[in-house]
Structure formats: structure tokens, C-alpha cells
Ligand binder design. Structure first.
Ligand SMILES: C[S@@+](CC[C@H](N)C(=O)[O-])C[C@H]1O[C@@H](n2cnc3c(N)ncnc32)[C@H](O)[C@@H]1O
Length: 174
């Protein structure tokens, strides 16, 4: 019995570690953006209830939770790590969020054209790669909120400075 539990735990740890290393290599490590930055950026944009909110690399779902609970948005997340995605599902459940969609997919390969608002907390390398995708795919007027890292050569509509370690860059797709 003990050996069986040890094998299962080891397998789970290998899955978590390999997915985390993979997402770190292609996108960003697992970290959390400050709730106040997400809230301030969404408050600035005054989204209409029912708009589509996407988090690219949704982690434990904190931006999605704020988007759903405080702004009544339809929430969609993309996350490569299944254990982290499971935590976000649990997070939604304990907070009474009934409608959410977490895609266990690489966001670079997904169609983002239905997004009204995009949130990301990634890396400079990921923002450079997303820039082209945003230019090709997003509809004009899509709002993009990026915590800590700017989109290269795009002019932000607003930059939020608060007591958190990073700035929050807010853009509107032309
Ligand atoms: C810095 S965390 C941000 C989590 C969350 N958005 C937040 O602000 O609290 C970045 C997340 O993106 C995920 N990730 C990185 N690259 C990805 C990719 N290409 N597709 C889907 N998820 C990715 C990582 O697994 C990690 O959970």
C-alpha cells in the first residue's frame, strides 16, 4: 500500500513539474498577479456585463474570478498546467462561480478573435510573440491588460502605477 501511494505521488509530482517547466519555457512561470491591479484595470475599462474576458495563462483563476464576480463577464482561461487549472476550478466552485471555461491548451495556438478583454501576466518574450497574434487576430476595440510587461511598440492607453511591484499596461486594439 505504502509503495503504491509513493508511486502515485511520484507520478503526480513528475506531471506537475514537467508541465510547469514546459509552461515556463514557452510562456511564463506560475506566479500570481495582484488582485488590485486586475480590479483597477477592469474598473478603468468599465466593461459591459456579458463581455468575453480571456486570461492567457490563467493560473489559479484570480483574474477570472474578479472578472466574473465584480464585473459579470463571461470568463475563459487558457492554462497548460492541469493541476493549476484544477485549482482554478476549485476556486470558482468555492466562490460560487457557475459559468467558466478553462481550456487546457497552449494559447498561442488558439483563436482569440472572440475576446473583448484579454488579461495576461507573462514574460517580455511571450509579449513579443503575442504582439503579432494580437495584430492579426483581435478585433478592433479589444482591450488588453498586461500586468508587469508591455507589448513591444504598442502605445498603452493607460499605465496603472499602484503599490504592487509591477505596472499594469492597458491597451485598446486599433
Ligand atoms: C505568471 S502566471 C499568471 C497566472 C494568472 N494569469 C495570474 O495573473 O494570477 C502565468 C501562467 O501562464 C501559464 N502559461 C504559460 N505559457 C502558457 C501557454 N503558452 N499556454 C497556456 N498557459 C500558459 C503558466 O502555466 C502559468 O500558470
Amino acid at each position: 500500500m505504502y509503495a503504491f501511494l509513493l508511486i502515485i505521488t511520484t507520478i503526480l509530482l513528475i506531471i506537475v513539474a514537467s508541465q510547469s517547466i514546459y509552461s515556463f519555457t514557452i510562456g511564463a512561470p506560475i506566479l500570481f498577479s495582484p488582485k488590485e491591479s486586475i480590479f483597477e484595470a477592469l474598473t478603468y475599462y468599465k466593461p459591459k456585463p456579458g463581455e468575453n474576458f480571456y486570461d492567457l495563462g490563467s493560473g489559479t483563476g484570480r483574474s477570472m474570478l474578479i472578472a466574473s464576480k465584480k464585473f459579470n463577464l463571461n470568463i475563459f482561461g487558457f492554462e497548460l498546467s492541469s493541476p493549476i487549472a484544477a485549482i482554478s476550478k476549485f476556486n470558482f466552485w468555492i466562490n460560487g462561480v457557475k459559468k467558466s471555461k478553462i481550456n487546457l491548451k497552449n494559447f498561442y495556438n488558439e483563436d482569440l478573435s472572440n475576446a473583448d478583454i484579454i488579461f495576461c501576466f507573462l514574460t517580455p518574450k511571450a509579449m513579443l510573440r503575442l504582439k503579432d497574434k494580437f495584430e492579426k487576430e483581435l478585433k478592433p476595440g479589444t482591450r488588453i491588460i498586461s500586468y508587469a510587461f508591455s507589448i513591444p511598440n504598442w502605445n498603452p492607453d493607460k499605465v496603472i502605477f499602484n503599490n504592487t511591484p509591477g505596472k499594469t499596461y492597458c491597451y485598446i486594439k486599433k
